[in-house]
Design a protein. Structure first.
Length: 188
């Protein structure tokens, strides 16, 4: 960056979020831009989106947070569904281990992303109407515990779901096909 004929470097590098923000963001790190700016004062700048609404997109650096879009400025503040490559990337990463799969599945619940749940499931289809309803319900998974399955390719997962009217225990039935995990239908 140049100012009055002098070159001023206000940042020192572009780095991976995984190298510098894991402790600061915890599970929210997956909602952060892949690359972050390392400033010379030791702070980092990055984009973070809390959920599927464009109005939750912020740029953060140190203690400062800048909201990128306001409700008033957006003709369509809610992004119903990402493109297919977005979900395919998450599906591929989720297959690295059973823990990664469950983390990704829980994260999609955490941000109200029905399309993400559909990608990781067998027997359910995506629709915009269902995505809108899903977001309104504000359902979250607060606990997951893998129980013994019938085989190495089938698992039962006990989950505690938080609904608006309280918590409920439901089960995920996982199957592994061609080395890929999927949830068989919706939780029951």
């Amino acid at each position: 960056m140049e100012s009055e004929g002098e070159e001023k470097n206000i940042f020192s590098d572009i780095v991976s979020k995984w190298d510098v923000l894991r402790d600061a963001l915890g599970s929210r790190i997956r909602l952060c831009s892949d690359d972050v700016v390392k400033f010379t004062d030791g702070t980092y700048g990055y984009l973070l989106i809390e959920d599927a609404r464009i109005t939750t997109l912020t740029y953060q650096s140190g203690d400062h947070v800048w909201r990128i879009f306001t409700e008033e400025a957006c003709s369509e503040p809610m992004l119903l569904k990402q493109d297919d490559s977005y979900y395919e990337a998450y599906r591929i990463c989720a297959q690295e281990s059973l823990d990664d799969f469950l983390y990704t599945y829980g994260m999609f619940y955490g941000v109200g992303d029905y399309a993400g749940i559909c990608v990781l499931s067998k027997g359910i289809e995506y629709s915009d109407e269902q995505q809108i309803e899903w977001e309104k319900q504000n359902i979250r998974i607060t606990q997951m515990e893998v129980e013994e399955g019938k085989s190495e390719d089938e698992k039962k997962v006990k989950c505690v779901f938080r609904f608006a009217d309280g918590e409920k225990v439901l089960y995920l039935h996982l199957v592994r096909e061609n080395n890929n995990w999927y949830v068989n239908g919706l939780p029951q």
